[in-house]
Design a protein around this ligand. Structure first.
Ligand code: MRU
Length: 363
């Protein structure tokens, strides 16, 4: 996607051919700043403190983390230590484990001297594949939006509600939930996006609103609590969210608050779709209740970042001093509430049979 007329992905190799560049997402929407990562500690910090975030991008960054680890020391011991360090950064997005397993399965059989070059090549491939995969998710989701638009037979925009940020910033490019929206917008179908602010970290208000706005997609940021009301009023045609881990039976784990939107959508007959690449499916789990839910620092709830009238970016307290805060970062939407999964191979039921039909070799 373009930022101020220049093409960007969310992660790329530095000009020197070994450092890795990312966009610091903690600074958006106020400042666009890139950061260079030079070793596995830098990468672990970037994932843990969410300079990069979003399941597919976490996986892609971890892949480059392994490449940087191999650049420093390609021994078995160092590979294992890097794997463990990166794996411990964030527990819920399964793309992290997927990417680390993929990297080590390519590297382990090789001679130590061959590992650095292969690691960089494989990390680049994982990134390129993610772009292609997300573009395909966009194509399949586009058909759903187009169908809905044509069925309604009016020129009014299709109103789509999304939660958190599952756009290009959460992947290498295109996004998952937002890819169909970009494709529809690019094809001239009028779309309007209800953007859940997504407390506590506000990925909707800060990231989704930023990237959709930069691309010219009409949007309205809403408080997290507004979605149900808008659905009751018939002002939401469909919901599309992303996911950090979906079980083999179609239970969808995503940013906290997704479940409540799925309940409201179900109650109001609003289709609720989830965009995901196949590395986000955890084929080892059947029950969403077995997914580890990340518990983050209560500071994310008690404080909020914003820009003052004088242009200063500040963090302020919003609760009484000493108030205790809990911060579960994800929740699970049972498959029965999900209308369909939009994958790179097409749209399927959120069920074991649905996923197995599209991915027989993985199920
Ligand atoms: O905590 P985050 O910002 O990493 O959570 C991101 C989400 O919940 C996204 O919806 C999900 O990763 C899908 S990304 C395409």
């Amino acid at each position: 996607m373009k930022v101020d007329g220049k093409d960007y992905r969310t992660i790329w190799l530095s000009d020197d051919g070994w450092g890795v560049e990312i966009i610091d997402q903690t600074k958006l929407p106020f400042v666009f700043e890139t950061v260079r990562l030079e070793n596995v500690d830098d990468v672990a910090r970037a994932i843990k403190y969410m300079l990069v975030r979003g399941a597919p991008l976490i996986g892609a960054t971890a892949a480059y983390g392994m490449a940087l680890a191999m650049y420093a020391d390609a021994s078995d011991t160092h590979m294992e230590a890097a794997y463990q360090q990166l794996y411990a950064t964030r527990p819920t997005a399964v793309n992290l484990r997927w990417a680390l397993d993929d990297m080590t399965s390519h590297l382990k059989p090789l001679a130590v001297t061959d590992r650095p070059a292969v690691a960089y090549a494989r990390a680049a491939e994982i990134c390129d594949d993610d772009v292609q995969t997300c573009s395909s998710i966009g194509d399949h989701g586009f058909k759903l939006i187009k169908e809905l638009y044509e069925k309604r037979g009016t020129d009014a925009p299709v109103n789509i509600l999304t939660h958190c940020n599952a756009g290009w910033l959460a992947t290498v490019d295109w996004g998952t939930a937002l890819a169909p929206i970009y494709k529809a917008h690019n094809a001239g179908i009028p779309v309007h996006v209800w953007v859940d602010e997504t407390r506590p970290r506000n990925q909707g208000a800060s990231l989704t609103a930023w990237e959709l706005g930069r691309h010219g997609v009409p949007l309205t940021v809403i408080a997290d609590n507004a979605g149900g009301h808008l659905m009751q009023e018939g002002r939401v045609d469909m919901c599309i969210t992303g996911t950090d881990r979906t079980t083999a039976s179609g239970d969808v784990c995503n940013k906290i608050g997704t479940y409540l939107k799925a309940l409201a959508a179900f109650d109001n007959g609003v289709p609720f779709y989830v965009g995901l690449p196949s590395p986000t499916v955890d084929w080892t789990l059947d029950d969403g209740r077995d997914i580890p839910i990340e518990e983050r620092d209560g500071d994310e709830v008690t404080k909020i970042q914003g820009k003052t009238a004088t242009g200063e970016v500040v963090v302020v307290e919003i609760v009484p001093e000493g108030a205790h805060a809990g911060n579960p970062a994800f929740d699970v939407t049972p498959s029965r509430l999900v209308t369909g999964l939009i994958t790179e191979r097409g749209v399927c039921d959120a069920s074991k049979a649905g996923l197995a039909k599209l991915f027989p070799e993985l199920a």
